[in-house]
Design a protein. Structure first.
Length: 364
C-alpha cells in the first residue's frame, strides 16, 4: 500500500492561529454532509474522508445523491420511526405528512432547517448537511492522527464536489498539512480554475474523476459537457510539474454497467492518459459499480435508474482493465477496485449429513 508523506507537527506553544474569517470578516464555515472515518477507498492508508455538500454535476449513477444539493436536506429512516408525529407538529413550514403509507416530505417548501431532526425521539428524521467552523473541523479530523501515522493515511476532502466550497476547503487542507497530515482532494474536475488554484497548493494527492470521454454522452449522463473537466485535468498536470514539491495524481473512473463500463470508453480514456498524462499519473483506479446507495434515493424520494443493475463480474472487470492497459505506456497503473459479483458454478450444502451440489448458488 502506498503511504502518505508526513511532516513534523507544529510544536506546542508556536504561533499556530487559524484563519477563521472570510474576506468579508465572517467566520469561515462549510456545509458538511458526513465525516467518514477508517476509509480505505479514498487514497493511501487509513483515511478520514470529509464529504462536502454541493456539486455541479448530477451523475445518473451518483452514489451520494444527498451531496448534489449544496443545501441541508432531511430524510426519513422508516425502520427507526415510532409514529409519534412529533416532527410533523414541529415543522414550521408544514412540509411533513405522516400516514399509513409512511412519511411524505414536501421538498418544495422544506427549508432543511433541521427542527424535525432535533425533536425526533427515535432519530428517524435525519438532517443531511451540517455547518462546521474551520477550527472545529480541523480538531475533529485530527483525532484520528494515530491511525494516519500507523498506516500512511490522512485526510481526504470529497463530496459532492469539494471545490464548490473552495475558500473553506483550501483553508481546511492548509491547516491539516501544517499539522503534518497527508491531504487529498477528491474532485470530479467540474470546477472553476480559480477554485482549483486555491485548493491545489494544499493537497498532497489529487483523485481526479474521468468518467466518459465522449462529451455529448458525458452531458447526457452527468448534465455537463466534459471540456472543462479535461482542461482542468491538464491544469492539474501542469501544476504538478511546476509546484516544486511532491504531488500525486490518481485518475478514477466509475465502472457503471451500460454507461461508463465499455471497452470503447475505457480505451478512449486510456488514450487520453497516454497522450497527455504519461509520467504524471501514478494510478488509474477503475471503481467497480455497487448498488448500496439504493436506500439513499428512496429516502430522498428520488428514482434511480440503476436500482436493479447487477454488479459486474470479476471476469468482466478483468476484461475491461486488460483492454484499458493495452493503450497505456505503463499498464501497471490501471487496476480495478471494489467488489465484483460473486459467480460460482456450484456450491456444496450440507443436507442431513450429506453434501449436495447446488448449481449457481453463491450464498457463501
Amino acid at each position: 500500500m502506498r503511504r502518505g508523506s508526513y511532516r513534523k507537527s507544529p510544536a506546542r506553544g508556536t504561533n499556530d492561529t487559524m484563519t477563521r474569517t472570510s474576506s468579508e470578516g465572517k467566520k469561515l464555515t462549510a456545509t458538511v454532509l458526513n465525516i467518514q472515518r477508517m476509509s480505505t477507498e479514498d487514497g493511501p492508508g487509513i483515511r478520514t474522508t470529509v464529504f462536502f455538500k454541493g456539486c455541479g454535476l448530477a451523475c445518473a449513477w451518483c452514489h451520494n445523491p444527498e451531496s448534489i444539493s449544496g443545501r441541508p436536506q432531511v430524510q426519513w429512516i422508516e425502520n427507526r420511526c415510532i409514529g409519534c408525529a412529533t416532527c410533523v407538529e414541529a415543522c414550521p413550514e408544514g412540509a411533513l405528512r405522516l400516514d399509513g403509507s409512511g412519511m411524505t416530505i414536501d421538498r418544495d417548501i422544506c427549508t432543511g432547517c433541521g427542527i424535525c431532526a432535533d425533536v425526533c425521539p427515535s432519530t428517524a428524521m435525519e438532517l443531511l448537511g451540517k455547518e462546521w467552523e474551520l477550527e472545529m473541523l480541523v480538531r475533529e479530523v485530527e483525532k484520528d492522527r494515530a491511525y494516519f501515522e500507523q498506516s500512511g493515511g490522512g485526510i481526504t476532502a470529497s463530496g459532492g464536489e469539494p471545490t464548490v466550497q473552495a475558500p473553506f476547503v483550501s483553508e481546511f487542507l492548509r491547516h491539516c498539512r501544517e499539522r503534518g497530515l497527508h491531504t487529498a482532494l477528491d474532485t470530479c474536475g467540474y470546477a472553476s480554475r480559480r477554485s482549483l488554484e486555491a485548493v491545489l497548493p494544499h493537497a498532497d494527492l489529487v483523485l481526479f474523476d474521468l468518467k466518459i470521454m465522449d462529451s455529448e454522452e458525458h452531458r447526457r449522463r452527468t448534465g455537463a459537457l466534459n471540456e472543462r473537466i479535461l482542461e482542468n485535468l491538464l491544469f492539474v498536470r501542469d501544476f504538478k510539474k511546476g509546484s516544486g514539491r511532491p504531488l500525486s495524481l490518481w485518475i478514477r473512473t466509475p465502472l457503471i454497467p451500460g454507461a461508463t463500463a465499455t471497452v470503447e470508453n475505457l480505451t478512449a480514456i486510456a488514450g487520453f492518459i497516454a497522450e497527455n498524462l504519461a509520467g504524471s499519473v501514478e494510478r488509474w483506479e477503475l471503481c467497480s459499480f455497487n448498488n448500496l446507495c439504493r436506500d439513499k434515493y428512496r429516502r430522498l424520494g428520488m428514482e434511480w435508474e440503476f436500482q436493479d443493475t447487477p454488479l459486474l463480474s470479476r471476469s468482466s472487470l478483468d476484461e475491461l482493465v486488460e483492454a484499458a492497459r493495452k493503450m497505456l505506456p505503463d499498464p501497471s497503473i490501471a487496476q480495478w477496485t471494489g467488489a465484483p459479483r460473486v459467480e460460482k458454478e456450484a456450491a456444496t450444502v450440507h443436507t442431513k449429513g450429506h453434501l449436495k451440489l447446488v448449481k449457481g448458488c453463491a450464498t457463501c
